[in-house]
Design a protein around this ligand. Structure first.
Ligand code: WT7
Length: 567
């Protein structure tokens, strides 16, 4: 029996207080996610249960019980407190998917500080933008990533401490660096959690904007209510599950459903800290008897590429439930997974800003392959007619996906950018930035984004950020960055570039510019293709028309070009 039972029945009787009751939370009382994710599970008799089973590319393994998570997160909290980190201070986690990341988030939340996870493959420019915007006071990082922080230290007056979580006790430390080791630290049996409340800030996640630099999405401790319940009803997490969320906590999926939801539910989760490989993934499922698997379309397409035969080499019979997020899940992938794993991947839709799954398929509800499903019980969605900003009177038309902004884990604002936050609303509807249609039965069908943001393998990249990095290269005069269709990653980044006098297009320059952006930003934001052109299409007022280049890449109609300067 699934946790949700009947979707329709849940919609009829829904109230978020259901989750509050299960979590024994009463309005106005203290609420600390860190405590819920460790101490509470131990208090309920789960101290010896396995919380985290970690493995890396070399096959090295580590296991942590809920009591380990409790005492180690206490140790992280205690170290930060000793350094003077206070409630509300931003503490960044800049590391691979190592246990210190998962336990670190819990520790940071316990002392009321704000956890700011950042993808470890970020280069120094991506890091600088996010650390200076958040005025981050401490960074937890690994030896191997510390050099990127050192490089930008001069530009970060607010950054007081760099905690090296895998310090060997020998390597000399540099300016502001502090050694730490989870296993080497004294287990801290008791740590007083900061008495955070529902509206206290918890997690700050940076997401790409359309025009400006990345924005910090501000979440609060009350987000737990909807992260807990969506994990229960959509991911169907149950007491005996062995859960695997393949996402990196540098992105919201890895935090909401890779840390907060599984730990607050007291389930056992596995983490594979390694790059993608078909064999390694199937082996990981087989070896750990994984029963619930939350992944993403690009990974599923990569597995499909591996073929059906390889699946038969492994015993994957432990799998009982699969879900996907981050990009449109094509119907072929749903049908394929049903054939090879015996069950379909259920598509789930949400955003950094929503904090939890908002539109989804549910266990027991008919799956329409290619559809992202229906709004979570208690969440009101609609399709707005963009010309009136009102819901369409009848289903069937493609318009803007909009939500009534009233569920517990919605973002509270963009970090120090209330203006951008207010711009997300029209007629009191929260505008997601995506387009879709609804069918007669209330199923949502994704149609595309309503802005220039590039979705590459489930990760959003802002053209603006890539263009800014390109302009820093000495040879680049101007640039326009658009998405290009890609069979595996959905979209990849493509850059059109004009060169400064004295520079000539060449294969070497092409590679050099690619590397330049990869190092500054990340491998994801690096253009997969650079096209050198003599000039870029512009409006009469001089604005670069990305729309035109986008249409060219996608083989679409170019549309109105009456404002075009040079055609
Ligand atoms: C954007 C949000 C949600 C966690 C990961 C991404 C796209 C997300 C789907 C889906 C089609 C999807 C949307 C959305 N997206 N899920 N099931 N079908 N598109 O969080 O980085 O904030 O990205 O990802 O465009 O707005 P994010």
């Amino acid at each position: 029996m699934s946790n949700i039972g009947s979707y329709d029945e849940r919609v009829r009787t829904f109230d978020w207080s259901l989750a509050e009751q299960e979590l024994e939370y009463t309005a106005g009382a203290g609420l600390n996610i860190g405590w819920y994710c460790s101490d509470r599970i131990c208090d309920k008799g789960g101290a010896d249960k396995l919380a985290l089973l970690w493995e890396n590319a070399q096959g090295e393994e580590k296991r942590y019980t809920y009591d380990d998570v409790r005492v180690y997160s206490n140790a992280v909290g205690a170290v930060l407190r000793r350094l003077g980190v206070e409630r509300g201070d931003r503490v960044c986690l800049f590391m691979d998917k190592v246990p210190e990341l998962y336990i670190g988030v819990v520790g940071i939340l316990k002392i009321g500080a704000i956890a700011q996870p950042l993808f470890s493959a970020f280069g120094d420019e991506s890091l600088l933008v996010r650390l200076s915007n958040a005025e981050t006071s401490a960074v937890l990082t690994q030896k191997k990533h510390a050099f990127k922080v050192r490089k930008i230290l001069d530009k970060l007056p607010h950054l007081k401490h760099i905690v090296i979580v895998d310090h060997d006790g020998k390597t000399p430390l540099k300016d502001r660096e502090v050694p730490f080791s989870l296993e080497g630290s004294k287990a801290v049996e008791n740590l007083e959690c900061f008495p955070t409340k529902a509206e206290s800030p918890s997690v700050l996640h940076y997401t790409s904007g359309t025009t400006g630099m990345p924005k910090g999405v501000q979440h609060v401790h009350y987000s737990l209510i909807s992260q807990f319940l969506t994990a229960k009803w959509v991911l169907d997490l149950q007491e005996s599950d062995i859960y695997w969320c393949t996402a990196d906590p540098g992105w919201v999926t890895g935090t909401s459903y890779g840390i907060i939801a599984p730990f607050s539910l007291g389930v056992t989760q596995c983490v594979l800290d390694a790059g993608f490989s078909t064999e390694a993934w199937y082996r990981f499922i087989e070896k750990n008897r994984i029963s619930m698997w939350y992944s993403a379309p690009t990974a599923i397409r990569s597995l499909m590429k591996g073929g059906d035969e390889i699946v038969k080499k492994f015993d994957l019979s432990s799998l009982r439930h699969l879900a996907s997020v981050g990009e449109p899940l094509n119907s072929e992938a749903v049908v394929w997974s049903e054939r090879v794993f015996g069950r379909p991947f259920l598509d789930t839709y949400w955003q950094t800003e929503t904090g939890c799954i908002v539109i989804s398929n549910y266990p027991g509800m008919e799956v329409r392959p290619g559809s992202m499903g229906k709004p979570f019980p208690g969440i009101t969605g609609t399709i707005l007619d963009p010309s009136r900003n009102e819901p369409y009177p009848a289903p069937g038309k493609i318009g803007l996906v909009a939500l009534k902004f009233d569920w517990p884990s919605r973002m509270r604002t963009y970090w120090r950018n209330e203006e951008a936050f207010q711009k997300k609303f029209r007629n009191n509807w929260y505008i997601t930035g995506d387009r879709a249609r609804v069918d007669q039965d209330g199923y949502y069908w994704f149609a595309g984004r309503d802005d220039d943001i590039i979705n590459t393998a489930g990760h959003l990249v802002s053209p603006f950020e890539v263009e800014s990095a390109l302009l820093e290269h000495p040879a680049v005069a101007e640039s326009a960055v658009v998405s290009k269709p890609d069979p595996l990653n959905l979209e990849v980044v493509k850059a059109y570039v004009t060169l400064k006098p004295g520079f000539a297009a060449s294969k070497d320059l092409d590679l050099e510019i690619m590397n330049f952006t990869r190092k500054r930003l990340s491998p994801l934001a690096m253009p997969q293709e650079i096209e050198f052109v003599d000039s870029l299409p512009k409006t009469r007022s001089g604005k670069i028309m990305r729309r035109l280049l986008h249409a060219k890449e996608w083989g679409e109609e170019i549309g109105d070009t009456s404002t075009l300067e040079n055609d």
